[in-house]
Design a protein around this ligand. Sequence first.
Ligand code: CMC
Length: 371
Amino acid sequence: MIAKQGLEGIVATTSSISSIIDDNLTYVGYNIDDLTENATFEEVIYLLWHLELPTKEQLQELKNQIADNMELPKEVIATLKSMPTDKIHPMAALRTAVSLLGLYDDEADVMEKEANYRKAIRLQAKMPTIVAAFSRIRKGLEPVAPRKDFDIAENFLYMLNGKEPEKIEVEAMNKALILHADHELNASTFTARVCVATLSDVYSGITSAIGALKGPLHGGANEQVMKMLTEIGSVDKAEQYVLDKLSKKEKIMGFGHRVYRSGDPRAKHLKEMSRKLTELTGEPEWYDISVKVHETFTSQKPLPPNVDFYSASVYHSLGIDHDLFTPIFAVSRVSGWLAHILEQYDNNRLIRPRAEYTGPSLRQYVPVDQR
Ligand code: CMC
């Protein structure tokens, strides 16, 4: 056996949900560019879960189901309020709250297909509410109840800020949610599939996936990008900052990808959104610093920006706290995780690879007093 570090290039399963071929990303055959320009996040959720775009009626039904399930159990709100909110990362709060949701779902361990689909709706509907509620609670504010007449993008911004968002903000959030919705066998999706392939429940699968997304090599990178942009502070300092980091062999967050070689097709959308939004908010420097980092980094290393690089300045321009960037990624990616979980259950086999053993060869036990 020869181990491939990080399972690079290993095809671990089949899937009909999303594909990356020649650096193009498609969701069930639809190019991500097409969907980002034309679709709503709800249409994409339906597509990922049913492998077809919805009719008007099917879309309305899904929206109604989501609207009916956005409220959190009072016990979950109480637990969010009891958390040491000033000390913990919102991803840790989200991970715990999602696990807790399972305790208040009578169907948590019912493994029938229809019950799993109902749980998918509940999780998709409640995750934005959790993130928004946590954000308000830690500021000493009461959570804002979701509105039934709002879609997920609008509702999320509304619950976060307690006021109706502008149209352009909703459009940006909708696009960002579409762009992050699914991504083949990324680390968190693989985690979710490994978990439920033991025939564990949907809540366990999503809780595990949130844990995997939290890391800075995966979803946690977007927050680190904003931290870097803030540290840089002005365009004239960007070039030297990047060169210094690289000379110390440190990574620059938001660049590189395991699968893409010529570039992440999601990045160009976020770059354009960043340009427009930073101009609109009167803070174009965030875009300008990003572009300078981008130019300097790629002049040194042939690694283009990934989805996390320009999303940082996009979310910042929407007035979102920097440590909520990764939870927003989760609010979107839960649609993909759920699609993969449902697909895994449909054709399940335990996922159990092997390890190439590199430890000592066979030896004899020595009693503790003779060691
Ligand atoms: N900055 C500087 N050097 C880098 C970077 C980077 N961002 N990414 C890769 N490299 C270098 C790395 O140092 C290594 O160089 P050498 O061969 O000289 O040691 C080489 O490129 C290969 O790197 P790797 O870490 O082995 O590559 P990988 O395929 O295992 O990792 C990655 C992919 C995304 C984890 C990595 O590019 C990285 O750490 N990027 C920064 C974190 C980041 O932006 N993550 C978000 C990923 S995309 C969306 C998501 O999942 O959220």
